[in-house]
Design a protein around this ligand. Structure first.
Ligand SMILES: [Zn+2]
Length: 260
């Protein structure tokens, strides 16, 4: 079967401190621009959106939606960076999206849920529980306004082969949050991608076992890194990181480019 493609959309980002990536980094105190990304996977059985970026209200009034957290994360989304506008630029209407997979429900991934009322949503059951009652240290970055919508949720437990053909597999990667998941995509011709999302921010986190600044459980995170590396080896996969600072050099950004 042919025709699995991945489109990577850059949905703006935010300014944050280097400590988010590594609290012991020599450049802690330096501000960096962190990108937001979301992805559309085209498969003969349907289109899958992986994550949805930040809510469009963050463009003009981040404080109204984020509250005090707006001080810690200076959102740099501009007009056209929201998920509906980005997808439109590549010819996808919201009604073209059959399935929406959420890596986790933080505000920079779950902000576009309400714009896909006809899609089926997939999150780990543990993430849905965690998001609705987060621990105090993550309460500011889960916004009920993002995910309290009457959409159809599939509560995933463990791995899920989305179309039962081995091409698209969700797998749990807890650590950043309790119910985080990543997605393996087998492209045509024997190559694969792993959409890592926030299981690790940078390749360095995984390669050198460097824990980032936002962690729910470090041991779970390190185990998830081992699982990612195992799947990477077995599937000849490239890793795509949502917040990779080197995205201008590395990422094939839609609508001009895609992975196929
Ligand atoms: Zn994130």
């Amino acid at each position: 079967m042919a025709g699995v493609r991945v489109h990577a959309f850059h949905g703006g980002g935010e300014i944050a401190d280097m400590s988010v990536f590594d609290p012991f980094h020599p450049e802690v105190g330096t501000k960096v621009e962190i990108p937001y990304f979301f992805y559309v996977v085209s498969h003969p059985n349907g289109n899958i959106l992986f994550d949805t970026g930040g809510h469009p209200s963050l463009i003009n009034d981040p404080r109204a939606r984020l509250g005090e957290a707006a001080d810690a994360f200076e959102v740099t989304m501009e007009e056209g960076d929201d998920v509906v506008s980005q997808l439109e630029g590549a010819g996808f209407a919201p009604s073209d999206i059959d399935h929406v997979v959420l890596s986790h429900l933080h505000y920079d991934h779950a902000g576009g849920i309400e714009f896909f009322p006809g899609s089926t949503f997939y999150a780990q059951r543990r993430e849905l529980e965690f998001a609705h009652w987060p621990p105090v240290y993550q309460r500011e970055i889960y916004l009920p306004a993002d995910f309290d919508h009457p959409v159809e949720w599939v509560e995933v437990e463990g791995e899920l082969d989305l179309f039962d053909d081995g091409r698209i597999m969700l797998f749990p990667t807890p650590g950043h949050t309790a119910g985080h998941q990543s997605m393996l995509v087998r492209l045509d011709g024997g190559r694969s991608l792993i959409l890592v999302a926030d299981a690790a921010y940078l390749p360095r986190n995984i390669e050198e076992n460097v824990l980032p600044g936002i962690v729910w459980n470090p041991d779970a995170m390190v185990s998830s890194w081992q699982r990612i590396r195992q799947l990477q080896r077995r599937n000849n996969a490239d890793l795509i990181f949502t917040h990779d600072l080197e995205w201008p050099q590395k990422t094939l950004v839609a609508p001009e480019h895609c992975y196929e």
